[in-house]
Structures are given as C-alpha cells and as structure tokens.
Ligand binder design. Structure first.
Ligand SMILES: N[C@@H](CCC(=O)N[C@@H](CS)C(=O)NCC(=O)O)C(=O)O
Length: 208
C-alpha cells in the first residue's frame, strides 16, 4: 500500500492508526511537497485524488482519498472489526469527526453556535467513567478518527478555550501521551514534523 501524505497533513491520522495496529511495514509513506513543487496538484497525483488534497492511498487497483475512509479501509483490510456493530460505530465516529465536529469547531462562523453543546456532550461522554475512550473503556479506531481532530484544536485554534471541557482535555492528554500519537499527530500539530523526522519518530515509536 502507498500512502501519499505530507508531515503536516491529516495523513498523520492514518500513520497514527497504522502504527497503533502495528502495520507500518505494510504501508509505504510517500511524502509529497506541498510547498514550491505543489506535487499534490500535479496531473499524476490528481489521477489518485482528483481534488488534489492529501492524504490518499493506493492499494493495487484501489485509489482512495479522505483520511477517515482510508483509516476505515485499513481497519477492514486487517480484520480490526469483530462485528457489523463495531464497524458501524467506527463509521459513525468517522462521519462525526469529519462533519459534525469539524464544522462546529473549525468553521469560525459556526463555532459560537454549535461548539458549546457539542463539546459539552463530548465532555459528559468522556467523563462518564475514569479513563474513558470515545467508544468504550479501551483505546480503538474511533479515538484516532475523533482524537486527531481534537488534538488539532490547540495547534490550529489556540484562541479556543477548552477549559470548560476538562474531560475532553484529560482525554486529549491521554492520547497525546501514546507514543504513536506523539510521533505522528502531536509532532505534526506542533509543526515539528519534517519528512525525515517523521520517518525517524515513527520507527522509534514502533520499537516501544
Ligand atoms: N477531509 C479531507 C481533508 C483533506 C485536506 O483538506 N487536506 C489538506 C491537508 S490536511 C490539503 O491537501 N490541503 C491542500 C489543498 O487543499 O490544496 C481528509 O480528511 O482527508
């Protein structure tokens, strides 16, 4: 499988998931230059993702874009879903993360109207039991799907006050402390992720 990405892009959510399930050796990471070369807008790349956005995945004849869809595909491919209900809940959280959550938080005009209710509900869910995760007591795919976007909030929207949501904050801290998350999403969000550093950090996290 080839993952077209960039150290600063949402491809880091995919890399996080791949490393959590121990499949790094199955995925060739191809970092495209989104700067001067604008490789993500090249004709050859638009045959993989016609929208010229990262990440995208190629697996044999399959070409796939949207980070959430890529993560769900990888989970399916490596037998991570034990039941239709488990798969459906992961799909639910992927859609929540990429629509409800991102619209409420990252669209400035909608933030005041939609973010407080949404984050209050998320806070209650995560505060229901100590150490809770998005889809139950254990860490899983839904934490990557939702957690990646949550961890982007302080990085891209430092003006957004998350202190009214202490359980969300504690959850974000728990995720950020996971070595594979630190090496991918946290490093990307802090802007410290060059292609070389990404490869080194992912290799180091894989050995822990
Ligand atoms: N919802 C898409 C978002 C894709 C996206 O906007 N990617 C950004 C990088 S994080 C990008 O390629 N931006 C360059 C551009 O839009 O020209 C996903 O999750 O994959």
């Amino acid at each position: 499988m080839k993952l077209y990405t960039n150290p600063a892009s949402r491809g880091c959510f995919v890399e996080w998931y791949v490393s959590e399930i121990g499949k790094e050796s199955e995925v060739e990471v191809v970092n495209l230059d989104m700067g001067d070369k604008r490789e993500h807008k090249s004709d050859w790349y638009k045959k993989i993702n016609p929208f010229g956005k990262l990440p995208a995945l190629e697996d044999g004849d399959l070409k796939l874009f949207e980070s959430g869809a890529i993560i769900l595909y990888i989970a399916e491919k490596y037998g991570q879903f034990k039941s239709p209900a488990e798969r459906a809940r992961a799909q639910q959280w992927a859609l929540f993360a990429n629509s409800t959550l991102t619209q409420a938080v990252f669209v400035e005009e909608w933030r005041d109207r939609f973010m407080p209710d949404m984050m209050t509900a998320l806070d209650a869910l995560l505060g229901a039991s100590p150490g809770a995760h998005i889809d139950g007591p254990e860490f899983g795919i839904s934490d990557v799907l939702v957690g990646g976007y949550l961890l982007y909030i302080p990085a891209y929207l430092p003006q957004v006050d998350l202190s009214p949501y202490p359980h969300v904050q504690a959850y974000m801290k728990r995720l950020a402390e996971r070595p594979h998350c630190a090496a991918t999403v946290v490093a990307s969000a802090s802007g410290k992720r060059t292609a070389a550093a990404a490869a080194a950090a992912t290799a180091a996290a894989a050995t822990q």
